[in-house]
Every structure is written in structure tokens, then in C-alpha cells.
Design a protein around this ligand. Sequence first.
Ligand code: G16
Length: 543
Amino acid sequence: MSRLIIPTTPFTDQKPGTSGLRKRVGMFCQPHYLENFVQAIFAAVPALQGNTLVLGGDGRFHNEVALQTILRMAAANGVARVIVARHGLLSTPAASHLIRLHGAAGGIILSASHNPGGPDGDFGIKFNAANGGPAPEALTDAMYRAACALHEYAISDAADIDLSQLGSHHIESTQIEVVDPVADYATLMQQLFDFDAIRDWLRSGHRVRLDALHAVGGPYAVHLFEDLLGAPLGSVRNAAPQPDFAGGHPDPNPASCPEMIAQMLRDDAPDFAAAFDGDADRNMVLGRHCVVTPSDSLAILAANARLLPQFRDGLPGVARSMPTSQAVDAVARTEGFDWYETPTGWKYFGNLLDAGRIALCGEESYGTGAAHVREKDGIWAALAWLNLLAAKRQSVADIVTAHWARFGRHAYSRHDYEGLSLEHGDAMLARLRGQIATLPGQQLGDLRVQAADDFAYTDPMDGSVSQRQGVRVLFEGGARAVFRLSGTGTEGATLRVYLERYLADPAQHGLATQQALAPLVAVAGELAGIAAISGRTAADVVT
Ligand code: G16
């Protein structure tokens, strides 16, 4: 075994997006591409030297090769110990937990989350810091700078490590420990929820359907829902992780899971269903005849927090990303706890969670989580809902209806315009920004603009400022249209239009979401010039 220094030249496109560096698999397969970015991580995080690193991925195509490369590079860069998941299969929330459990200096997670996988799909690499959370902007900027200045990387020429068996190995003087992350994660979940109550609820004839979409959540879901909670075998569907997610799109939302939605709208549907994404940090929650929006899910968990053992003492505060609906704000106002509005990206919750200012947070993009880790957590969210159902003994639909009756309904939808050219995406945002000053007071159809801005956030803990996080147009009566470009795509631009309308009158709570939002859709399209700039007349994906 020897440590090699390999000369390289920088790739100038290695700037991490909303959640790590995501590119087509082909890009990562080219010589030195992965190695350069990994070396940039070691350069930006000197604390890894002599310390512990957690490593794993969502099992997508190229994971296995990349894991072995990173093990060799960790050894050559002086990492003392690498904790790597068996088969390399590590969900993002479980990675966050392992970092915290072992006091690691950080973790590398190989995932492109909900993006498709396979040889023609996407690949990704992200770094989580010592608190278990996604690298903050200052750190990803440092990685980018290091990547741009790179002229060599260090790697050992050691042979591959067998990741199929638990045990300890060495590369150079680095200890490589292959662990079972499912067991550690399950232990954590059992500390947070009332497993006896959930077991009783399941035993009393309730049925559940969990869908892992052939991604990394499968083994975690089988162990928790079937082995530990006693749900019948087969309650977890698509449980075996596949490198290409069996050709599917591992994105838990109504557009990607039409069969599941159709089943849950039938009279003989299970009582509860949930799906998880590629790295098991996202979740979609459904009940019989009921699709719960992620924004409502967050608000309902907040309103019922004291029923969950994890929040027995109440919530200090909650946070949501800016485009997420204001449903949770209404709960916080009524219940008397603080709420925060942060930019899109889980990394912005980290400081608030670390400081104990919030204990629960969520995003419209099917992310919900709490202070037990520093990531959103799909399986945790499903367990939280099951615990709620067990405690309330009401159906999902009844819980949602009662919530709306108490707090009003925030009808909500996201319209995505995918595969735009970068120029068109930028032109729409520029057009919106150009109108900000003159919009307030304007009457647009039935809607009157109250305020408009380009969202900026000052972190209350460290004072860091994040500018230009999306254009918000706020209308009188609580409606909003929010516009931003996706930071997780790998090609062209995706315009996300987030639409929200507040319906106080219970007589309107039964309105179909798209019908309730139709006037707003038209106004938003005009404001961004979607048809004028791109020729598009309808969104590609509506969730
Ligand atoms: C990532 C972040 C999320 C964020 C989402 C937004 O999700 O972790 O916090 O809400 O991106 O994506 P976009 O920029 O495309 O709107 P994930 O699950 O892909 O890691």
C-alpha cells in the first residue's frame, strides 16, 4: 500500500447547489472529476485530518466505485477513522445521526436525492458538517474555491474493502469500520416515539402502505415498520434498493407516484401511506381519500406536537423555508411559539436547531424534520404521523379537516417549468425582479398586491446574510406567489412557481386545489412572462 499524489487540473463547474454537487453520472465518471471534488472537501475541512468521517450513499449507480475511491482518498488525506455503512447504503438522516453519534468531523453522502439514477441518471456528493447538517454556504464556497485551485490529489493504491460484511479494516493507518446504520437509526427512532401505541393502533386493524421507491429507505422502513412495529410483511413496497431505482423516479410526490395516489383515493385504501425519496430524507404523507401537502403536514405536526413524546414539553419554535405555505405560521401565532422563515435548503435550519430556537421544521419540497438529527427525515415523518394517528384515533382526513376548521386552509401548489434554457430562466427572474418596486398597490385581476421583494435572510445566530433567495409577491388576504430557480437540477433551468391562497371560510375548504388557485396561476404566469419568454403555456409538473 502506498500513498500517491496524482496531478490534476481544476474543473470549474464544481460549485455545490442547494444540496451538494449534482451532475449527470457521465460527468462524475470522467477521470479525476470525483477525486478533485473530494480533495476540495479535504482542503476545505482540515478538521477531518486525524478525525472521524462518516461515509455512505443512496445506492444509486456509481455509488460502489465512488465509495472505494473516497475510502482510499480518506486514508491518503490522514483521516483517522472512516465509519462506512454496510453495502455503502446510508440514508441522509441516518448519516446525520451517525455523525452526531460518533462525534465525527463530518460525513460524505453520495446521493442526488430525488433525481433519477442509473447510467444515464444523476449522481451527487454532499458534505455534512460536525453538527450532522448540510455544509453551510461558507463551507460550500470554500470547497468551490479549493476545487478551482486544485492541481493534485492524494489517494492510496490499496485494494477495495469488502463493504458487504460488518467489521474493521485498515487502509494505510486509517481504520475503516463497516457498520449497520439501520440498527443505530432504529434505536434513535424508538427513543422519540411511542412504539407501543403505534403497535396497538396497527393491531387494531389499521393498515399502512410505505413505499421506498426502490431506494435506500427500504431496509430502514422494513426494519422499523414491519420488524419492530409489526405491520404485516409487504406493508413496505419496493423495499430493495436498486442502482437505477428500478427505472422509476425516486421522488415522493403526487406527480411521481400516481398509482399510489389512485390507490389511496379508493374506499378500500389503507388508513395511512407514505413514500420516501432516493436518500430517504423526503416524505409524502397520504390518508384514505386524502393527500396531505408537506406544508400542511408541518403545520399539523406543530399543532399536535405535545402528543408526540419527542415534543412532550412543547415546541420552542418552528421554521419553514420561505416558499413553504404559511400554514405553520398560523399555528405558531395561536399556540404562542416562535416561527422563522428561512431560504430554501435544509442547511438554513442548522443554526436554529443547534441553538434550540426551533425543534421542528419543514419545507414544501416534501421535507419534514426535527432536532433529533440535522437533516430532513422521511421515515421519522411517517413515524410521527403514525404516532399521531395512534394518539388521536382519528383518520388522516379527519385530522386535516379539523386542522383547517381551526386554523383556516392554506391551499397550496407548486408548478414547475422544467428543461428551460438557462437564458430563459434568468430572463424570467430578471423580469420579476424588475417589477418589485412597482408592484405594491397594483390590482391584478381579483388580486391586489400588498408587497413584493427578493427574499433575503439574515441568520439570527451568526448574522450571515443570504441574498436573492426568490421573488415573493404577497397579495391582500394572504395569497402569495413565489418564484425561484431550482438549485438541484443538472441540466438547463427549472422555474418553480409556488402558489398559495388562504381560505378562512370552511365552506371553501372542499375546493379542489387547482381550482382554488386558478386566478393566481394566471397572474403568476403573466408576472414572470412564462409564455412570452419561453412559449410554455402550462407547467410540466404540478404538485
Ligand atoms: C434539496 C434540499 C432541500 C431543498 C430542496 C430544494 O433537497 O436538501 O432542503 O428544499 O433541495 O430543491 P430545489 O432547489 O430544486 O427547489 P434534496 O432532497 O434534493 O436534498
